[in-house]
Each structure stands twice: as C-alpha cells, then as structure tokens.
Ligand binder design. Structure first.
Ligand SMILES: [Cu+2]
Length: 403
C-alpha cells in the first residue's frame, strides 16, 4: 500500500525530506539515501477568485496570425467563460500575465510546504464552484469536490469546499509532499465538473524539490499551457435548439447528460435575455485552443537566448477525438523526468501534464502547435527567442548545452 511506505512526519518536519527516489523504501525509516535538506518548509498562501467573462474572445488579435485570414465570429467566441485569477487579500484582482488568458494562475510549492488557498466564487458565477488540486495532499474537507453520495446537507456541514456558493468563500489547506514533485492541474469539481472545466476553470500546480536537492533545477521563467477544445457559442434562446436544452442549469455552459442538479436548475422562462449557449451535441463548432486562444493569438511568450524556460503543458479532453500533442518548432526540449532525451513532440493525455525544460538557444520566432493535423492551425501559439543578452542562469549546476 503506497501510503504505508511514506513518512509524513519526516517530510514535514523541515529537518529531513525524503527524496522522490526514496519513496519505496519500505515501512521502516530509511537510514541510507535519505536526502537531508536545509530547506525550511513554509506556508504558501494564495487568494484566488473565479472571474466571469460574458463573451470570451478566442481570437483577440482579430485574425489568424499565421495566415492573416479573418475568423468567422461563429468560431471565435465562448459564451460566459470563467477563469481563476489571483487577487490580493482583499480580493482585488492582480494583473494576469498575457500568456495566461483562459487558464488559472500557477500555484507553486516546494516539498514540505503547506499550500493555503483562499478561494472566492464570484457572485456573478451563478453556480457553486470549487478548486480541486492534483498532486497535492488533502483530507476530504479540502478535496474541493462535491459528491452526490454525501448525506443531504453535506456541503453545508463542514465540507463546503466542494460547492462554494456564488459570493461564498472557502479556504483550502493542501500539502506538498515528496511524492508531489512535478506538475499537474487544478480545476473546479463541484456539481457539474465537466461544464466547469469547459468554462475555463483550470489552472496549474508546480511542486519543486528543495533548492539544495540534486534534482532541483532553477528556471528563469515558467509558462503553463492548457490545450483544450472549446465549443464556440450558438445563439439558442430563439432558435430551434431551444428544445434540446430546456433542462438546463444556470449558467448552462454545456448541457450535461445527467441533467441539472436541482439546486441550480432554472426554468427556461427565467433565463436572462439574449442568452446564448455552448452545446455539447449539435451545437457550436469546436475550436481547438491554447489557454483559450486560437490561431496563434496567444501573446507573451518571449524569451532571451540563454534563458532556461519551463513549459508545463497539458490537455483537458472530453472525447477521444480531442487528443492532442504539442510540437515545438525551433527548439528541442527535455522532460524533467527524462533529462537525457531531447524531443520536439510530446503527447498530451487528458489532465496529465508534461513538465518540459527548454534551454533557449535558437533565436527566432517559432510556432508551437498541436500536431494532430486538423487541430494544428487553431491550436497554435508563437514563441520568440531574442538575441538580447539575458541575465545568465546563474549557479545552475544542471545546465547542459546540446553541443
Ligand atoms: Cu490537438
């Protein structure tokens, strides 16, 4: 049993942290090979709110940047997208990096740290939402999951983190253990997880080894990219599609096979005016996006020659036809877990993040895109490596040149 092999007291004492390679050491505390870190775990505190974007533009630059074609509005907008954004401690939204777009802020921790996330669900969201982390450790109250098998009233009885009401707040308490090292997503997992993720409620978690660990790598910058197929909006209220979506939720992002939870069902005659819906079946066109942008419309991926860049890339897929890969032009990268192998294409199974290291050397403006051929033109971004002299990635013992 995995948990029996783990020594949480050691990992959280701050005196000794088990390295990832020692996690199968047996039930007795290992004597040899235990990594003794000088790192003192800290409490990492974040404030995160949901943010509603009534009409999300997947082509904010107005055209396909590779072909200069204009894009049909029917393939351009999402109705009522939502994303996670960081705030200060009084819920004032902090600037969002230009590359982040329709993805959440990166939540970081070092092995041994506690991660405290104060979460607020925007009053305008109109539905219960949550934050459910991958890779971190939590108890049931902090799982960020609403479950139908809980007794009636369960969300209100001490485990409300699975269904934070509009305008409500919840503080999640998670931990980064030795086995947390790596990257993964967090996402909403409340009454309708598929719709919540389909709205854009996805973010990234990065857990590092302590800086004095032999496997630790210092990066100059970290970029998180979510490859996701969205369903563009379709005007529904006055269309023949009305009948197919009458059992709906508010805000109905994608009607769900299981219907609505009674708590957030709203009769159609009470829908807001001018409402449009994204539909799972027979609805809007699929648009393959990176962080909610398509056709090379993602900005902010600019690096200097000599910088070491971490790309955390994952897909959130709904169906088998939405499998994605990521292909980088101009550079070859290494996976953190496989550092002797350079590649420029990586598979992106749903929700499993790849943790990539790029030593920026080849100056130029380059594509990165999904290499599933019919996704490639939409699911594309450009990154740039400039010749400008960068600050050296100092004291990085792991730096390797390809020559
Ligand atoms: Cu793809």
């Amino acid at each position: 049993m995995k948990s029996a092999r783990y020594f949480p007291a050691l990992a959280f004492s701050g005196m000794a942290i088990l390295s990832a390679c020692n996690r199968d050491s047996g039930t007795s505390p290992p004597v040899e090979g235990v990594f003794q870190s000088k790192y003192r775990p800290v409490k990492r505190e974040y404030w995160v709110t949901t943010q509603v974007i009534p009409k999300w533009d997947m082509v904010p630059l107005g055209k396909a940047m590779m072909t200069t074609d204009s894009i049909d509005p029917a393939r351009r907008y999402l109705y009522r997208a939502m994303r996670y954004v960081r705030t200060d401690s009084v819920w004032k939204v902090l600037p969002v990096p230009s590359w982040q777009q329709l993805s959440g802020p990166i939540i970081r921790a070092t092995v041994g740290d506690s991660v405290i996330v104060h979460f607020r669900n925007d009053p305008g969201s109109g539905m219960p939402l949550s934050m459910h982390p991958h890779n971190l450790l939590y108890d049931e109250a902090n799982e960020g999951v609403w479950r139908a098998d809980r007794p009636e009233g369960w969300p209100e009885s001490g485990t409300a983190g699975g269904a934070v009401k509009p305008g409500g707040e919840f503080t999640y308490r998670w931990k980064a253990e030795a086995r947390s090292v790596g990257v993964g997503p967090y996402h909403s997992h409340s009454f309708h997880p598929a719709q919540e993720v389909a709205a854009g409620l996805i973010g990234t978690i990065v857990v590092d080894e302590p800086p004095d660990h032999p496997d630790y790598v210092r990066f100059d910058t970290t970029i998180a990219l979510v490859f996701k197929t969205y369903l563009a909006m379709v005007a529904a209220k006055d269309s023949s599609l009305k009948d197919s979506i009458k059992d709906t939720c508010i805000p109905p992002l994608i009607p769900w096979n299981g219907g609505c939870h009674p708590k957030d069902h709203v009769p159609m005659d009470q829908w807001p005016e001018n409402r449009v819906d994204s539909l799972a079946h027979g609805g809007g066109p699929e648009v393959n996006s990176i962080n909610g942008t398509a056709f090379a419309n993602l900005e902010g991926l600019a690096f200097k020659k000599g910088q070491r860049v971490r790309f955390v890339v994952f897909a959130m897929n709904d169906e088998g036809t939405q499998n994605h890969t990521v292909h980088f032009h101009g550079e070859m990268l290494r996976e953190m877990s496989r550092r002797n192998l350079y590649k420029d294409v990586f598979d992106l199974p749903s929700a499993e993040a790849v943790d990539l290291m790029m030593d920026a050397e080849n100056a130029g403006k380059w594509m990165l895109h999904c290499h599933v051929e019919h996704h490639a033109s939409e699911m594309m971004a450009m990154y740039e490596i400039t010749d400008a002299k960068a600050a050296p990635a100092a004291a990085n013992p792991d730096r390797v040149t390809k020559k």
